[in-house]
Write a new protein. Structure first.
Length: 321
C-alpha cells in the first residue's frame, strides 16, 4: 500500500473507533492527557488532504474519555463519552453541530460506550456492553439488540455485526451477521480457528470495515495459542470467507490498536496511537499476488508475459509433432 499523507495530533489519547469519515472531512475524537482524575474530550476536524479545519475541547465530567465518533455528511458528529461512577461506567451519546457546538446529550446508565456509527440517511447506532441501539437524529431510541460486540455499515445501508460466541472449551469464535436497517437478519456465519485435541482459539476483534465493493475486512488477535494478529477478508454480499493474512511482527501491533475505515473499492484508511499522539494514514489498495503475497502491477505484467510465452512455445511444439 502507498502512503498518501500523514497528520500528527499531539497530546491526546484515542480509542479504537475514534475516527470518522464523510465525503469531505475526517473527524478524530480523543481526550486530553491531564491528571489521573481530570480529562476533557477533544474533537478535531480535518479535510481529506489532512488540513486542520478546527479543534475544540469539552468538559463533560471529571474523567472524560471516549472510544468512538461518527459523522454525517451534513457536518454533524456524534461522540460516545464515558465517565466512571461508583464502580461502574455511564455512557453519554453527544451530538455536535458542523462547527463543534453541543446539540444534545443522551445518558446510558451503567453502560460503557464502545462504538457509534451514522448511516447515510441519518440513522445513528451505538454499541456498548454488547448492546446495539438505533437512534434518530433527535436522540430518540428506536430499537436494540443485546448480542452485538461491534458493527459496520455496508454500501447498501445494511448493518454488519460481530458477535463473540463462547466455545465449549472456553475459547471464543466470531459470529458475523448481516442485518437490515430494522435489525432483522439477512445472513450469519461463524469464523473459528480450531487446533488438534479439540482446542479452539480465542479470537478478539479489534476493528472492521466494509468497502464500497462489498469487501469486509476485520483485524483480530488470536489470544489463546497463536498470539498473533490477522487481517480477515470476507465477501460481504455472500458471507464467504476469502482469506486470512498474518501481519508481520513489526506491523501487527500497529494494526491491532488501529482503526480501519473502508473507502471506495478496497481503499483503507487507518490511524494509530503512538506514545500519546495520533498519526493518520491513507492507503491505496495493494494487488494480491500468488499465495497471498502482494505483487506490484509491473510484476504481474512480467509474470503474465512469461505465461503467454510458455503457452505459445507449447503450441508450436505440438504443431511440429
Amino acid at each position: 500500500m502507498q502512503l498518501l499523507w500523514s497528520y500528527r495530533i499531539y497530546d491526546i489519547n484515542v480509542g479504537s473507533e475514534a475516527m470518522a469519515l464523510t465525503h469531505n472531512a475526517i473527524y478524530v475524537a480523543g481526550y486530553t492527557l491531564q491528571y489521573e482524575d481530570a480529562s476533557d474530550i477533544v474533537l478535531v476536524k480535518l479535510d481529506l488532504q489532512g488540513v486542520l479545519q478546527w479543534s475544540e475541547t469539552y468538559d463533560f465530567g471529571n474523567q472524560d474519555s471516549c472510544q468512538s465518533i461518527a459523522a454525517n455528511d451534513d457536518g454533524s458528529s456524534y461522540v460516545f463519552v464515558n465517565n466512571p461512577a461508583s464502580g461502574y461506567w455511564n455512557a453519554s451519546l453527544v451530538k455536535f453541530s458542523q462547527d463543534g457546538e453541543v446539540q444534545w446529550t443522551r445518558i446510558l446508565p451503567m453502560v460503557y460506550g464502545s462504538q457509534v456509527e451514522c448511516s447515510e440517511d441519518g440513522r445513528i447506532y451505538t454499541v456498548g456492553d454488547d448492546r446495539l441501539i438505533e437512534w434518530d437524529s433527535a436522540g430518540n431510541a428506536l430499537w436494540n439488540r443485546t448480542d452485538i460486540r461491534m458493527m459496520t455499515f455496508g454500501p447498501e445501508g445494511n448493518i454488519f455485526g460481530t458477535i463473540m460466541e463462547r466455545t465449549s472449551d472456553g475459547g471464543y469464535a466470531l459470529s458475523l451477521t448481516k442485518l437490515n436497517a430494522d435489525g432483522s437478519q439477512i445472513w450469519n456465519t461463524t469464523y473459528r480457528v480450531h487446533y488438534a485435541y479439540n482446542r479452539n482459539e480465542t479470537i478478539l476483534p479489534y476493528s472492521q470495515a466494509v468497502c464500497q465493493n462489498g469487501s469486509m475486512f476485520m483485524s483480530v488477535y488470536l489470544d489463546e495459542f497463536a498470539l498473533e494478529t490477522r487481517l480477515l477478508h470476507f465477501n460481504g454480499n455472500t458471507s464467504a470467507f476469502i482469506e486470512s493474512r498474518l501481519l508481520t511482527e513489526d506491523s501487527k501491533q500497529d494494526l491491532a490498536v488501529g482503526y480501519l475505515a473502508g473507502g471506495v473499492d478496497e481503499h483503507l484508511y487507518r490511524f494509530q496511537s503512538v506514545e500519546g499522539d495520533v498519526i493518520l494514514y491513507s492507503f491505496a489498495p495493494s494487488v494480491s499476488g500468488l499465495f497471498g503475497l502482494p505483487l506490484s502491477p509491473e510484476i504481474l505484467i512480467l509474470v503474465g508475459g512469461f505465461v503467454v510465452i510458455i503457452i505459445l512455445a507449447v503450441v508450436l511444439v505440438r504443431r511440429r509433432r
